[in-house]
Design a protein around this ligand. Structure first.
Ligand SMILES: NC(=O)N[C@@H](O)C(=O)O
Ligand code: NI
Length: 169
């Protein structure tokens, strides 16, 4: 564990534009391609995320049941999936936190971006993007997770040199 003092991390609302460097936001909005189907009954928000299973991988769908994290929360590690993307789509309709850093070298606390996602927004981390494991808030929450099943290691973890504190959402 670092002997350096932790830094306080700013929390910003999740938006497609702000998250674009890290992957996709999965939401029904007028900003994405959408069209009416089913004889007018249904609006299709189309092709929202680049799901990448990676070499010899298969796309799988799972459910993660996350325990609520309490705030203030200390971010002292990050992980990445170098081979494939990973998407989280909330099923419980509650907000959650998303912590990311650019793909590449191990992240430093000052590079972390923290987003507060609404309960109707999902995220898809592009392959290699550093992120913190699931950060559900308020209650136990279920998420549909779309990621890879296949050969080879696909989860690198790193301890942060300086912890980051999420004081409040
Ligand atoms: N380990 C695992 O499947 N979960 C993490 O990848 C995560 O991002 O929550
Ligand atoms: Ni992950």
């Amino acid at each position: 564990m670092s002997s350096h003092p932790a830094i306080t991390l700013e929390v910003q609302p999740l938006s497609r534009a702000a998250f674009a460097a890290f992957g996709d936001v999965i939401e029904a909005s007028d900003a994405v391609e959408h069209f009416t189907i089913n004889a007018g009954n249904t609006e299709r928000y189309h092709d929202l995320a680049d799901i990448e299973p990676g070499p010899d991988g298969r796309v799988i769908v799972s459910i993660f049941r996350g325990q609520a994290r309490s705030l203030p929360f200390t971010v002292n590690m990050m992980e990445r999936h170098p081979l494939a993307s990973q998407a989280f789509i909330p099923m419980s309709g509650k907000p959650y936190l998303v912590v990311v850093a650019p793909a590449g070298a191990a992240p430093r606390a000052g590079e972390l971006k923290v987003f507060l996602a609404r309960g109707d927004q999902g995220v898809n981390y592009a392959a290699g993007v550093w992120h913190h494991p699931l950060l559900a808030l308020d209650a136990v929450c279920d998420f549909i997770v779309i990621d890879r099943r296949g050969p080879g290691p696909n989860c690198d973890e790193v301890e942060l040199d300086i912890p980051g504190i999420i004081a409040a959402a």
